[in-house]
Every structure is written in structure tokens, then in C-alpha cells.
Design a binder for this molecule. Structure first.
Ligand code: RUQ
Ligand code: CUA
Length: 642
């Protein structure tokens, strides 16, 4: 390990050891993390350390003025790419502009968002069912023919085992699926040949029939690989597996889905989970599983009606286990669709599996290990891999805190023993700041990977930004990969914790500028309106029903069409607001003072929320969105009688 904090890896770091703000006096954060990992990972990592440190600063991170200029998007100009960032514990998704790294939008998903009213409106409450927090890790878009079709964004909730879908026309969540028999829904990945299944991995092993009898004995635990229909968002089937399931990927032909497993040991403590030197990549044979499900071979567990194929134990027609580097984390398929790259995490290597060989593995013509075609040594703590479409791979290396660029063909040649020097596959190591998690490149998860920009999502920013207290921002770093050498061009602080991101060419995404009233959500409002004889876009009206007072109000800058209504204390009140302005970017909202109700209503949109009228008195409602010179006057009174 680098005992000297000014090791070559930190050569860009101009501070003296004394001025660093590391947790351990005299030791760098990297030393601290590496020591921690070594303490638990054992001697296998030590061998790798010797390799490390030499020439990691090669290529330098200091960007020339020219490179910086490439990343500058001048005022009034637009970015070339949409970046979709997960928001981790914030439960949201963010949309970034690349290369400017400007945050353009936040999409609330598994959270309550005061700004838009997500979690407070009737529609969002129907989807969230009272679960107002979540943990988004992986964002992926729907595909067609190996590239993005621009229709949907999918994101997982690790905390409460859900999969949400965002409609790219509005960039709002339109459906949420709950994944049965699962905990820790972590890796997800859609099929790439068309909008088919979205696969969801359960990271935590639990008893398939989780109850008082089964809870305590880990020998009965397993994990589900779940197929959700990306179109209807129905859960179609599950495969039960003995080990845990971490990251997920799919091939380009619709034959397989993949899941890394870091706990083939079936342990429940850290020590138990790290015993084996190899873990595995599970390969799921989709056609065989579908056939078994159609033949009624699925079991069901608990209240769930989803058929489950039990594939625990030995390799079968449904699943095979390819042994990969110790405790793997990421699995990424390269843009040619030929290789699945599994990052070792507790091994300094990545394991490259040739996807076309898997048919022979399923046919038992070759052993699973024979599908491995390379295992280059990339550095300490490899996590995820991105691609440039020119045959190169970029692996995020957590402990070394670098991005390693390596060539896939060279790594394969070396594995076959054709190359003379082992180091030839590794082309460059670039310092990142600090401790990178995910990595992705422009269009990297598609056949159209274009090798322009790489994003390094760093878990620690330390002193890269102004001190804002104990919780530091993350540091998302933009790297130019268009040339021979990687060059760091931008530091971007983000609110924790974006786990993953995808970078999508802008011509593939076509959001609407004004709400379309044909979205599915409108069926609900239209049904209420029909029941009450109301035209949503014309009428403002109070309808008193059994146990509910419906208040329909239209808004047109700078006025609500109804400036006063009366209800009784304790009444359930449902306000249904229709913004009838037709102008792009003219949003109104509705906030009822002292009732915890505040939501956004975009141009041509309708939104609703339900609340209980408080103590008798007057309560002002107002438009919280600056919509007009007379925006402050856009308000009205709710009179509550005894
Ligand atoms: S994880 S740092 Cu949740 Cu994608 Cu890898
Ligand atoms: Cu409408 Cu402010």
C-alpha cells in the first residue's frame, strides 16, 4: 500500500500530508480504505499491491485548456447528451446535461418531494402506497435493436424491493411494480433486443416463504431473479437461486440475463461471505425458464401469485454458474454484445466471459469456466466497466481510486498466452477523486457506444469543494475519452448518492413541452369528472358527496377560477386543479396553508390531492409557482365552518 500520502497516485495532490483532512492522522483516506479491505480480504490482495502505484499518474489528469473548452457549453447552448443519474438514498433520479454537467431536472420517484408534490398527490400516493422513501441505484432506459428507444427509464428501489418506470415524454413516474419474495432489489437491467423484460436482482437472501418458522435458519435462504414486463410493469416470473444476486446485465439477443454473486458461500456474516476465492456469474437461460413457466412448473410463495422456478443447487437448463474473480460486483456487456465483464471487487482482476460460448455451456459441451476468455489485472477493487466502442474498456477501481483503461482484444490475447508482456492490455490509469464507484461512458450500454465522455461517480469528495459540514457532496467527474489518453475535465458535486448513471445521445429522447392529456393518469380524473358532470378544463365547481367534498378548480395565469369555497371542519376535501394555460413553461401549483398540501400543475395538466379540513377559520390557498407579474395575487380562501 502507499504508505506515503504523496504516492504517485496522489501526485496531483498539492497538499502536504499535514494539510490533508483525512480521518486517520498521517494516513490518506485511500490507505485507510485499502487497509480495511486488506484486513478482511486476506493475502490474495497483497500480491496485487506490488503492481499498483507504478505509473498510475501516467497521462496526467491536468487537462489542457483545449480539452476544457470541449466541455464548455456556453450560455443559451444545449448539451449533446442527457445523463440519467440515480439518486441513491434520496430516492430520486436526476437528469444532467453532458458535457456541461448542469443538473437540469430531478425526478422524484421513491420519495416525497415538496417541490412537485410527488408523494402528496392522489396519483403518486396510489403508486407509492404509503412507502415514502427508497434507495435508487440503477437507471436504465428501454431498448430496441440494441440501442435506446427513448420511451422509458427504469430504476430500482433497493430499500423496499420496487421497480419504477419513468415516461420519457413527461419525465414523470407512470408505474411502480412491487417485487414479491425479495429484499434488496439491487441490480436491474432491461432486455436490449426490444422492450421486453426488465430483470431485477435480490441482493439479500431470504427464505422464499418468509415467515416465523423460516426466518432464522439461513440454510433455507435464497434470492430471486425477477422478470418484470417492461411494457405492462407486471411481474411475470422469478427464478430462485442459492447465492445472492448483485449487479445485472443482459445480452443483445434476448437469450440470457446475467447476475453477479458475491456470496455463493451462503454466509450471513461478512467473514462467511468472503471465504471462497471464486464466486460466480449466474447466467439465466430465458427461453428455458419461459418454457418451464408455461408448462406450469413454477411454484408460488406466500401471497404472491408469481410463478417461481427453483434453480438452486446444481447447474441446469435454467441457470449455469461461471466461476469469476472473488466477490464480484459489476457485470457489463460490451457494445459488440460478445463479452460480459465481471469486476472482482476483492480480486485485482476482471473476468471476461464470451457470451457466444454459453450455448455450449448449457449444452454441457464445455465447462462454465471454459467460457472465460480473459482475466486482466486492472487494479485494487474493480467495480464497474464502461466501453468506448473502439475495443477499450474502462474499469472503476475503488481502492486504488483510479479508472483503468484496458484493451479487450489484448487482454484476450494475453490470457491465451499470445502476448509477451502482461502489462500490454492495461493502457492507462487515471486518478479520480476519490474512491470511484460506478463509471459509465456515452452510450456505453448500447451498440452505439461512441467513446466521447466518461463519467466517474466518486464516493468521497474530501476537500475538492468548499467545506459544507460533515456530510460532503459526492464528486462526479467528467473525463474526455475521445483521444488516446483519458483526460479529467470537470468536477461536479452532487447530493448523495448517485450510484449509477447512463449517458444518452440527445436525439434519442423527445420529451413533450406541454402536458399531453391522453396520458393514462388522466383516465382517473376524467372518471371523477364524468361522475360529477364536470368538464375539467372549463368548470370550477364544488361537489359534495358522501364522505368527500370534491373541489374542481381551473387555473389560468394569474387566477384560480374559484377564489373561495366552504367546507366543514373534518371534511375530506379533494382538490382537482386543471392548469388550462397552453403556454410552454407556464406552471401553476396549489398550496393550501396549514394543510401540508402543495403540488405542481404544469401547463395543460390536471393534478389532485386529498386532505382533511382543519379547525374552523379561513385558510388561504395560493399558487406557489412564479407564473405572472400578479402571481402573488393568485390565491383564494377556503372557509372552514364548525
Ligand atoms: S452499486 S458502486 Cu448499487 Cu451499482 Cu456499484
Ligand atoms: Cu400561478 Cu403563480
Amino acid at each position: 500500500m502507499n504508505k506515503d500520502p504523496r504516492s504517485p497516485q496522489d501526485s496531483n495532490d498539492q497538499r502536504t500530508p499535514e494539510t490533508r483532512s483525512d480521518a486517520l492522522p498521517g494516513a490518506s483516506r485511500r490507505d485507510f480504505l485499502a487497509t480495511g479491505a486488506l484486513g478482511i480480504a486476506g493475502a490474495s490482495l497483497l500480491g496485487a499491491c506490488k503492481e499498483d502505484g507504478k505509473g498510475t499518474a501516467a497521462g496526467g489528469e491536468h487537462a489542457t485548456a483545449d480539452v476544457h473548452a470541449k466541455a464548455v457549453v456556453k450560455p443559451g447552448q444545449l448539451d449533446d447528451y442527457y445523463g440519467f443519474w440515480s439518486g441513491g438514498q434520496s430516492g430520486e433520479i436526476r437528469i444532467m446535461g453532458i458535457p456541461s454537467m448542469r443538473e437540469i431536472k430531478r425526478i422524484p420517484v421513491f420519495n416525497r418531494d415538496a417541490c412537485t408534490g410527488w408523494g402528496a398527490t392522489d396519483f403518486s400516493q396510489q403508486l407509492l402506497k404509503g412507502k415514502m422513501s427508497g434507495d435508487t441505484h440503477h437507471v436504465h432506459l428501454s431498448y430496441n435493436g440494441g440501442t435506446y428507444d427513448g420511451r422509458y427509464v427504469y430504476v430500482n428501489d433497493k430499500a423496499q424491493a420496487r421497480l419504477a418506470r419513468v415516461n420519457c415524454e413527461t419525465m414523470e413516474v407512470d408505474k411502480i411494480a412491487e417485487i414479491p419474495n425479495s429484499q434488496g432489489t439491487h441490480g436491474i437491467f432491461p432486455q436490449r433486443h426490444k422492450t421486453g423484460y426488465v430483470f431485477c436482482n435480490a441482493e439479500f437472501r431470504t427464505p422464499p416463504d418468509n415467515n416465523a418458522e423460516t426466518a432464522a435458519d439461513p440454510r433455507g435462504y435464497g434470492a430471486m431473479h425477477t422478470a418484470v414486463d417492461g411494457e405492462t410493469m407486471e411481474v411475470k416470473w422469478q427464478v430462485l437461486i442459492e447465492g445472492n444476486l448483485d449487479l445485472c446485465a443482459t445480452d443483445y439477443k434476448g437469450l440470457y440475463s446475467f447476475a453477479t454473486c458475491y456470496n455463493l458461500e451462503g454466509g450471513v456474516t461478512l467473514e462467511e461471505m468472503m471465504k471462497n476465492d471464486r464466486d460466480c456469474l449466474y447466467v439465466f437461460n430465458i427461453a428455458a425458464i419461459e418454457k418451464a413457466v408455461a408448462a406450469g412448473k413454477g411454484k408460488t410463495f406466500g401471497k404472491s401469485k408469481v410463478p417461481v422456478i427453483d434453480a438452486r443447487g446444481a447447474d441446469s437448463e435454467y441457470v449455469v454458474r461461471v466461476p469469476v474473480a472473488k466477490s464480484p460486483h459489476g457485470v457489463n456487456v460490451d457494445p459488440t454484445g460478445k463479452y460480459a465483464v465481471c469486476s472482482g471487487k476483492l480480486s485485482p482482476t476482471v473476468t471476461v466471459v464470451e457470451i457466444d460460448k454459453l450455448a455450449d455451456v448449457f449444452a454441457k459441451k464445455i465447462k462454465p469456466a471454459q467460457a472465460i476468455v480473459a482475466e486482466p489485472e486492472v487494479g485494487l477493487g474493480p467495480l464497474h466497466t464502461a466501453f468506448d466502442g473502439r475495443g477499450n474498456a474502462y474499469t472503476s477501481i475503488f481502492i486504488d481510486s483510479v479508472v483503468t483503461k484496458w484493451n479487450i482484444a489484448k487482454a484476450i490475447a494475453e490470457y491465451k498466452g499470445e502476448a509477451v508482456k502482461q502489462s500490454q492490455a492495461v493502457l492507462q490509469k487515471l486518478d479520480v477523486h476519490y474512491q470511484i464507484g460506478h463509471i459509465n461512458a456515452s452510450m456505453s450500454e448500447t451498440k452505439d457506444a461512441d467513446g466521447k465522455w466518461l463519467i466517474a461517480l466518486c464516493k468521497f469528495s474530501k476537500d475538492r469543494f468548499l467545506n459544507v459540514g460533515p456530510l460532503h457532496p459526492e464528486n462526479d467527474q467528467l473525463i474526455d475519452i475521445s483521444g488516446e489518453k483519458m483526460v479529467l475535465v470537470h468536477d461536479g458535486p452532487t447530493w448523495p448518492e448517485p450510484h449509477d448513471a447512463v449517458i444518452v445521445r440527445k436525439d434519442l429522447i423527445h420529451p413533450k413541452k406541454v402536458q399531453s392529456r391522453t396520458d393514462e393518469r388522466f383516465k382517473m380524473y376524467e372518471a371523477w369528472a364524468k361522475e360529477d358532470g364536470v368538464d375539467l378544463q372549463r368548470d370550477s365547481k364544488v361537489v359534495r358527496k358522501q364522505g368527500l367534498v370534491r373541489v374542481y378548480i381551473t387555473s389560468l395565469a394569474p387566477k384560480f377560477a374559484m377564489s373561495e369555497f366552504t367546507v366543514k371542519t373534518g371534511d375530506r376535501v379533494q382538490v382537482i386543479i386543471s392548469n388550462i394555460d397552453k403556454v410552454e413553461d407556464l406552471s401553476h401549483g396549489f398550496c393550501m396553508s396549514h394543510h401540508d398540501v402543495n403540488f405542481l400543475v404544469n401547463a395543460q395538466d390536471t393534478q389532485s390531492a386529498t386532505f382533511t379540513a382543519g379547525a374552523p377559520g379561513v385558510y388561504w390557498y395560493y399558487c406557489p409557482w412564479f407564473c405572472h407579474a400578479l402571481h402573488l395575487e393568485m390565491r383564494g380562501r377556503m372557509i372552514v365552518t364548525a
